[in-house]
Design a protein around this ligand. Structure first.
Ligand SMILES: [Zn+2]
Length: 137
């Protein structure tokens, strides 16, 4: 998906790829709504060896990103109701936004962790070569 974005953070975020090499997968499953496994991730990148969890509790920071995403989704749902059902009562807004946030939770969870990692790790076009060179030594 979106292979012309390779090397950009958006590519890593939208494809759940390693933020360093953009090749290795971060999550064990590609299925966002596999409710048993959607949150499980690899410890290290299987392509470049990048360690995803830099320190214990590293992904707690992703909660801030998750909060921001939930607000963005809530606003989007609210605007959609405003446009599609102009006369809707506030109860419709509350119900739709709550259901929307709960329904989008796996997506929010997965996106927030990858966005969090991408805040601190830039794409390194030579990451795979460096791993290869260190393996040959
Ligand atoms: Zn990698």
């Amino acid at each position: 998906m979106l292979s012309n974005l390779k090397g950009k953070r958006l590519y890593s975020i939208l494809n759940s790829k390693c933020p360093k090499c953009h090749e290795g997968d971060f999550y064990l499953t590609k299925k966002t709504y596999d409710l048993k496994n959607f949150s499980k991730n690899h410890e290290t990148c299987d392509k470049c060896g990048y360690r995803f969890e830099k320190e214990p509790g590293y992904f707690y920071g992703a909660m801030y990103v998750s909060y921001g995403l939930a607000i963005a989704f809530s606003v989007a749902i609210g605007v959609a109701i405003l446009v599609l059902f102009p006369g809707a009562s506030y109860k419709v807004y509350i119900a739709a936004i709550l259901l929307g946030i709960i329904g989008l939770m796996p997506l929010t969870f997965r996106l927030s962790r990858v966005i969090w990692m991408n805040l601190f790790q830039h794409f390194d076009p030579n990451a795979l070569q460096k791993k290869q060179n260190s393996a040959e030594k």
